[in-house]
Design a protein around this ligand. Structure first.
Ligand code: IMP
Length: 192
């Protein structure tokens, strides 16, 4: 297995994944000119990762990888979680999501949170899942211009800078998606 379809239109995720997996040939939904948005209707990350992978596998076959990510904030009982992309409603908007999150945590002392990614690998033979978690805290305000989504307010444990301030290679090494990808790679190396 060296050719994959990554079931996403998110150019930030594509850039991250290609940097982490330079040894693999990865086509994305942009390369395949598949423009339709895939409805994320499951009640958890694993379910959404499978929906995305299945829809693209049914259309194109091959080996498909899809990820779903949620930001889980302790003081908000795990919200926005599986609703992270549409936390502030439709249409999805990263800036509004971030503002809503900072508003919800105004005055809150406990700012512990984690990003969680589930990657689904779907082929004609199997359906496998790989999970990555990074723990951290939500800052009082957005800092940094790198990354995407909630990166400007997420400070990973052991660092003083947000994901949006850290160099991409550092984020990729320690991030939720980075850790899930490392597990995927370990699996692929063992499966050879
Ligand atoms: P999805 O996996 O594309 O559905 O992402 C869910 C939400 O989490 C979206 O609002 C993304 O912008 C956000 N998100 C996903 N991955 C990251 C990340 O690595 N950093 C910050 N936000 C992310």
């Amino acid at each position: 297995m060296s050719h994959f379809i990554f079931a996403t239109h998110n150019s930030h995720k594509v850039k991250e994944l290609k940097a982490m997996l330079p040894q693999l040939q990865i086509k994305t939904l942009i390369d395949l000119n598949h423009q339709d948005e895939i409805a994320e209707t499951a009640s958890d990350l694993k379910g959404n990762a499978l929906i995305k992978a299945q829809e693209i596998y049914d259309l194109f076959g091959g080996a498909v990888i899809a990820d779903d990510t949620g930001l889980e904030v302790l003081a908000l009982n795990g919200a926005p979680g599986v609703r992270s992309a549409r936390y502030a409603g439709e249409p999805k908007n990263d800036t509004k999501n971030l503002e809503k999150l900072l508003g919800a945590l105004k005055g809150e002392k406990n700012r512990k949170a984690q990003f969680r990614t589930v990657i689904c690998l779907l082929t004609n033979e199997k359906t496998l899942y790989f999970e990555g978690i990074v723990k951290g805290t939500i800052s009082e305000k957005a800092v940094g211009i790198g990354g995407f989504g909630y990166d400007p307010v997420f400070v990973p444990d052991g660092f003083n800078q947000s994901f949006a301030e850290l160099p991409p290679e550092v984020k990729n090494h320690i991030s939720h998606r980075g850790l899930a990808v490392q597990k995927l790679v370990q699996y692929l190396q063992g499966a050879r």
